[in-house]
Design a protein around this ligand. Structure first.
Ligand code: FES
Length: 84
């Protein structure tokens, strides 16, 4: 094996990070299967997938979640636990 990854069948271990009240961050490149069965390929090293359902560019996050009512952990007003 050359170590090169291919789009289909790439079994490399990937990290997925869930942002509370925000997107799901997935290490790329990645193929995203939409509900209608079509596929979107993203070559970015990290892809933000909308988990709030309000993105104007689904399935990707467009940061609309930041404007939603209620507290959000990725806003600068959140307490920093290391400062306590
Ligand atoms: S999670 Fe960011 S717009 Fe939905």
């Amino acid at each position: 094996m050359s170590g090169e990854s291919t789009r289909a069948g790439d079994r490399r271990h990937r990290r997925v990070r869930v942002i509370p009240k925000g997107p799901v961050m997935v290490e790329g490149p990645v193929d995203i299967e939409r509900p209608d069965g079509s596929t979107m390929h993203c070559d970015r090293f990290q892809v933000a997938i909308c988990a709030c359902g309000c993105s104007g560019t689904p399935p990707l996050c467009d940061a609309t979640h930041r404007r939603l009512p209620g507290p959000s952990p990725d806003r600068p007003t959140q307490k920093d636990p290391q400062k306590e």
